[in-house]
Design a protein around this ligand. Structure first.
Ligand code: MSP
Length: 661
């Protein structure tokens, strides 16, 4: 048998100074979906993911946590890994930039570049953004143009990489390989950046300790991008890449903000070292929250765990791939997530699977029935299913996940309609009726088998359940998609055990549960904390006092724990996707706070500006629909539906910030 063709794809490697949010999750899930898909197309696939563990940010975070850097990154990397497991991500290689094999590869790559005359020593002074780990083109005192945070002036001895020598080779490469950078908009962006001229690049630091040493040149350590990008190569053999056969990579999948590092620096490093270049760099868009990039620095992140806990991992995977057109930005909303879950998964796929199995159980003794003569309506559905196979594979090949899923769900909708018009449940017990019913049920089960195979890369967990429900052997991941076609469902196959797929869930309840888990998680200490000393309580070990029973009286000292002050509303706006909430900024005398209030159905935002209200100012911050709320506005709850009426100070001229006692 000929060897399977090899396919190598990568996610970016993630910074370890924070924990994953669903923006990171998006990159990884896309890669995992491609990985599963390519396997089903007969490829020998390797997918690399991992963690980017060096740099000044990690030095600082470890210091703050009071642990050595190595311990800090080990714990954070374990967190990232565990999360990918929970999301069904089948990474083949998890590379950490603190791995020894990675350090050897970086040092080797540097030597190749230096031996070939593309590295020289020098000094550099510039504005450095420690958050993005990059020098930025701004004047001292100015903020980073990308993330808006302060920059630092850095002067240091370093080694330069002669990036300027690669302007022409890179432009020639892009011209010869028009698909190298995807999508088109990103390609144009990179082209104009390179056409504008390339400056040499500082690739080592003497100001940082936590990095891979430059051999014989201590105290130089490698600068993060030279270090990080090389991880793609370290994961598949490093200097011995030829032995594994997985280099060059087929695709590096990245977020659009790091396209330049991947499409300019990385190919230049590889050219300088005389190594093959990756075949493609694909930049996807951002996941937005309230129209801004979801990111830790903006405080608008949504974590994946609460979603997985309430709706299951497949729901998150499905939502991310279905709602966002690959390559473009997409907005996250809990409403849309639960809506998709209920309509597409619970009522769509889940319902089709359970009703099909129930009808076969009842009418065919739990075995796939044998179809009799097909009628035109059966053939129409069969033709649609057969056509969907080709169309969906084509979409997957182009990373058109959203369209692929749309096509599959249109097939599910057609099957629901087919069942409604053919209504097998109302056929009688005559031979003709029994045969007709067997044909309808076989046809429906065959569509379900095809749908299961096609959705497996996106929904690994639930498709495995449907597959075994249909009595099919092995795992759906081992289906050869190239051989998938209409008519392969063998009559007489006994159905497997029925398992819960996507139980319907009430939207408000689901959102409430996800948000409260998110809020709880935020109160937890970081996974990395200094060991507790005997005199100090262990981190996170605070005791929780039992809540007083409803009628129990409290002392004045308990009341005094609640700090309430007079605040004045400065701005008020609605929150997209949250009908009941308003986002307010409130002046509480000492500062301006952002507070969310569940009053949107009863108060017009414009009419609230300037209004004085009572604010609980010492409430722990929490998130409501992903928006941070730092305090609480006090309102009376009136009538059976709990209409909020704001507590206020209409008659007196009270000072902003005055305490309520
Ligand atoms: N460590 C570098 C990458 C080095 S690769 C050799 C880095 N790390 S990161 O943790 O900040 O981000 C990694 C990736 O996470 C981004 O490129 C992007 O793919 C993904 N995302 C982070 N926030 C995102 C969104 N809000 N939306 C979509 N993807 C996002 O950059």
């Amino acid at each position: 048998m000929p060897d399977k063709p090899k396919y190598y794809l990568t996610t970016p490697i993630y910074y370890t100074n924070g924990l994953p949010h669903i923006g990171h999750t998006y990159s990884t899930i896309v890669c995992d979906t491609i990985r599963r898909y390519k396997r089903m197309r007969g490829y020998d696939v390797v997918m690399t993911t991992g963690t980017d563990e060096h740099g000044v940010n990690v030095e600082r975070s470890a210091k703050k946590a009071g642990v050595p850097e190595s311990e800090f990154v080990a714990k954070m990397a374990a967190e990232w890994r565990a999360l990918w497991d929970e999301l069904g991500v089948q990474g083949d290689e998890f590379i950490r930039t603190t791995d020894l094999k990675h350090a050897h590869t970086v040092q080797w790559l540097f030597k190749q570049c230096r031996d070939n005359g593309f590295v020289y020593p020098g000094h550099y002074t510039g504005q450095y953004c420690i958050y993005d780990n990059a020098y930025v083109d701004v004047k001292p005192g100015e903020n980073c143009p990308d993330c808006g945070r302060p920059t630092e002036t850095v002067t240091e001895a370093n080694f330069y990489f002669k990036l300027s020598a690669f302007q022409k080779p890179l432009l020639d490469w892009y011209a010869k390989h028009p698909d190298f950078i995807q999508p088109e908009a990103r390609r144009n962006e990179v082209l104009s950046f390179v056409e504008g001229g390339l400056r040499d690049l500082s690739i080592t630091r003497t100001s940082i300790r936590w990095g891979i040493p430059v051999p014989g040149e201590e105290p130089h350590v490698f600068y993060v991008w030279f270090d990080a990008l090389t991880a793609y190569l370290s994961a598949v053999g490093g200097p011995q890449y030829e032995k594994t056969g997985f280099w060059p990579a087929d695709v590096h999948l990245v977020g659009k903000e790091i396209i330049r590092f991947h499409a300019v620096y990385w190919p230049a490093f590889l050219m300088a070292a005389g190594l093959p270049l990756p075949k493609q760099i694909w930049a996807h868009g951002w996941l937005l929250m309230d129209s801004a990039k979801m990111s830790k620095s903006l405080g608008n992140v949504v974590r994946p765990r609460p979603i997985v806990h309430v709706l299951g991992m497949d729901a998150l995977r499905y939502y991310l791939l279905r709602e966002t057109v690959f390559g473009q930005d997409g907005n996250f909303s809990y409403d849309a997530l639960v809506q998709r879950y209920n309509s597409d998964l619970a009522n769509g796929l889940g319902n089709l699977a359970s009703r099909t199995a129930a009808m076969i159980e009842k009418n065919s003794g739990g075995k796939i029935p044998k179809p009799a003569a097909f009628q035109p309506q059966d053939i129409t559905l069969a033709t649609k299913a057969q056509a969907a196979i080709g169309e969906v594979l084509e979409q997957y090949d182009n990373l058109g996940f959203s369209l692929a899923l749309e096509q599959i769900w249109s097939l599910i909708a057609a099957t629901d309609k087919y069942l409604t018009t053919e209504h097998p449940w109302s056929l009688g017990e005559s031979d003709a009726d029994q045969q007709r019913r067997a044909t309808i049920l076989w046809t429906t089960a065959e569509v379900l088998r095809i749908v299961t195979a096609l959705t497996h890369p996106v929904l690994p967990e639930s498709t495995a359940k449907v597959w075994s429900l249909l009595g099919q052997p092995g795992q759906p991941g081992s289906i050869a998609l190239d051989d998938l076609s209409w008519g392969q469902l063998a009559p007489g196959t006994p159905l497997g055990k029925s398992q819960a797929l996507f139980p319907r869930i009430e939207k408000a309840e689901a959102i409430e549960r996800m948000e409260s888990m998110e809020n709880e998680a935020q109160k937890q200490p970081s996974p990395v904390t200094a060991p507790a000393t005997p005199s100090a309580p262990a981190a996170g070990g605070a005791t929780i006092a039992a809540a007083p029973a409803a009628a129990e009286k409290i002392g004045i000292e308990d009341f005094a724990k609640v700090e309430m002050r007079v605040g004045q509303i400065k701005t008020a706006e609605r929150i997209v996707g949250a009908d009941k909430l308003l986002k307010l900024t409130v002046d509480i005398g000492t500062e301006i706070r952002q507070i969310c209030a569940g009053i949107a159905q009863f108060y017009e935002p414009e009419k609230l500006i300037g209004r004085k209200v009572a604010v609980v100012v010492n409430l722990a911050p929490r998130k409501l629909r992903g928006v941070e709320s730092n305090g609480m506005i006090v309102a009376a709850s009136v009538g059976p539906e709990g209409r909020p009426v704001l507590a206020g100070f209409p008659d007196e001229d009270v000072e902003i910030g005055a305490r309520l006692k």
